[in-house]
Design a protein around this ligand. Structure first.
Ligand code: ADP
Ligand code: MG
Ligand code: MG
Length: 252
């Protein structure tokens, strides 16, 4: 059982002129393995800032609060160390890794996280199995990471990482954006498979309610103006679908 604890997190983005622009205004959130939390909020509310801050992106400066994983201060860790500690971030804009094949990338990541290389024999089968479940062409494993990937291929690659790396906490930032219905379904099924193991806690960040039809969150948090303004169960997601964010924007 793992717990990610975010306490009064305050974050500024570093502007090119060196100035700090405050974005997160005190975020409190606790995610346990087996739980699925949805963060929903309008564009520009700071959702990606929250994800990147937890992942350790250098563009963001933590100005207050804490983030711990099973009691360990993760804000002190490098990006690699955070991944090894069991944090997984699926990027809203995944980066290309020229010259590194999907197969090599996944094996290297798995080795880093487990502290030892996966056994060659079982690993090949695991990789193949993960790709089959996501209905991916086996040739995909030999392509370079994110090079010329379609939107759907990028997302499937993310879910493949999830299935193979088995993180303690997975943060999916707008995994639904740019997916057609078939891809959305395949990706959601992948998330639900990992979810069913109970070993991973999920933070799903989205501004659409669409993905929540396929992945039913246990908790929904409304995010406006750099903080959580309301919390509830799945019904809150449905209410947002009907009413939008208007009433929160007036208050914020
Ligand atoms: P969301 O993911 O909810 O759409 P973001 O976290 O991407 O929101 O952005 C939150 C706010 O931070 C926005 O107002 C955005 O314009 C601002 N922001 C993010 N990065 C930068 C940057 N490099 N320079 C200036 N403003 C930024
Ligand atoms: Mg955005
Ligand atoms: Mg965003």
């Amino acid at each position: 059982m793992s717990t990610l604890e975010i306490r009064d997190l305050q974050v500024s983005v570093k502007l090119p002129d060196g100035e700090l622009k405050p974005i997160l205004a005190g975020v409190d959130l606790t995610i346990k393995s087996g739980e699925t939390h949805a963060i929903m909020g309008p564009n520009g509310s700071g959702k990606s800032t929250l994800a990147y801050s937890i992942a350790g992106h250098p563009k963001y400066e933590i100005t207050g609060g804490s983030v711990t994983l099973d009691g360990q201060d993760i804000l002190e860790l490098s990006v690699d160390e955070r991944a090894r500690a069991g944090l997984f971030l699926a990027m809203q804009y995944p980066v290309e890794v020229p010259g590194v094949s999907v197969a090599n990338f996944l094996r290297t990541a798995k080795t880093a996280i487990d502290g030892e290389a996966p056994k060659l024999r079982t690993w090949a089968g695991e990789l193949r199995g993960a790709m089959e479940k996501l209905q991916m062409d086996p040739a995909f494993a030999q392509r370079n990471v994110n090079e010329g990937f379609s939107g759907g291929e990028k997302k499937r690659h993310e879910i493949m990482q999830l299935e193979l790396l088995k993180p303690k906490i997975a943060i999916l930032d707008e995994t639904d954006s740019g997916l057609d219905i078939d891809a959305l379904q395949i990706v959601s099924e992948g998330v639900n498979r990992v979810r069913a193991t109970g070993a991973t806690g999920f933070l799903l960040i989205t501004h659409y309610t669409r993905i929540l039809r396929y992945i039913k969150p246990d908790f929904v948090h409304v995010f406006v103006g750099g903080r959580i303004v309301e919390e509830g169960g799945p019904e809150l997601g449905e209410q947002l679908e009907a009413e939008g964010y208007k009433k929160y924007l007036v208050k914020a």
